[in-house]
Design a protein around this ligand. Sequence first.
Ligand code: HEC
Length: 129
Amino acid sequence: MKKGFTIIFIVLVIVLGYIVVHAITAPVKLTAAQLGAELIHSHKSGIDCFACHTINGKGGNVGPNLSKEGALKHSIKWLEVQIATPSKHFKSGSMVKINGKTYMAIMPDHKMLSKKELFELASYLDSLK
Ligand code: HEC
């Protein structure tokens, strides 16, 4: 009888130990917006946004400041299209007014980015409010 309890106790400790270790070491799942934040700050080729856009005080001003892009309430789809093929929204070379400021529409295409990357970047921009 006593031996039975000892075995049950040991099995319990092993099972609980496994659960605890698993909970601590399991990889943290990042959201699409978090992955997009990592991507936009990476030096991956084709990720050139900061050359023209400022986000939170860092970057250029050839294009609009994107620090509050999410507040403009564009859909994720709209943002994906804007990043991949901006001329579908703004005629290349024309003067466009965005958020009260005028820009020349010269944003380049980013067709080399995967669907997943476009979704992540769009989700990140949408999260900026
Ligand atoms: C060479 C400069 C340049 C680069 C590089 C660039 N953009 Fe742009 N972006 C612009 C300009 C100029 C506009 C204004 C409209 C246009 O040109 O299509 C714009 C517009 C936008 C808009 C639309 C803002 C609005 O709400 O109307 C988004 C979103 C955007 N860019 C995101 C990005 C992202 C993300 C990247 C990087 C993958 C990027 N841009 C790279 C210049 C640039």
